[in-house]
Design a protein around this ligand. Sequence first.
Ligand code: GUN
Length: 282
Amino acid sequence: MNIETKKIDGTKIASIIKQEVKDAVEAMAPETVGLSVITVQTNSSAQIYIKNKQKACDYVGIKSQIYTLDESSTTNNVLELIEVLNDSHSVDGILVQLPLPKHMDQSTIIAAISPSKDVDGFSKENLAGLIAGGSSFESCTPLGIMALLKHENIEIAGKKCVIIGRSNIVGKPLALMLLNEDATVCICHSKTVNLANEIKTADILISAVGKAKFITGAMIKPKAVVIDVGITHDENGKLCGDVDFDSCLGIAEYITPVPGGVGPMTIAMLLKNCVRAAQLHV
Ligand code: GUN
């Protein structure tokens, strides 16, 4: 089978969304939209993600403020900062960059963010909203994936979706979003027996594993939609995803590249959530 594989251009789709956000921010003037980012200085890739978020905020007119704590900071230091930001009228969204150092209590920290400012959608209140309805904010990467699928008019209802990865940030919320759109969803993880069999059944395959070129063309169902959430480096140090992109060409119907696929969409959705937060706070 030789299918013409369509590359989904996340950068282009994200730029359309960013323009919409820019217009929305301008329309809110003189009210402003403010995002506070808390990061604990650990690895350099987190710093790159934060720079990208800051750049995107600047572009759309969102006022971002980065708080960089040093590695010796405690859970209480972060909680104190969150308390100040929760009470500040100029702060609409609060984001704590993950992962945090091991000595910090991540769940207590996330729980301290006011749900109405939790633009990452990580709080229990917002996650529960995906099941019961009424969520203020949904997690940005799954939202970005749903937006990519919708932008390409990819049918979701009745499709078998296989998600590899069960994190609270990607796998679990994405499963609920797809289920809410009438997909048949399978979540795979490190204990899944015969992962290859599950992958082969996927009409829509979403990989969030973090292993370079883990998925090859031979593993996927012909005409599958392949969404790559991984951001890693190959043996030559080149940025790549979970999917061996070239080997899927001619087999997949759609595929997202890394970089330029899901990544820019995550940021675009964060910006959208910030505007939503500001509208809630007016
Ligand atoms: N670390 C990896 N992805 C994310 C994300 O979407 N939000 C935050 N806060 N941290 C992350």
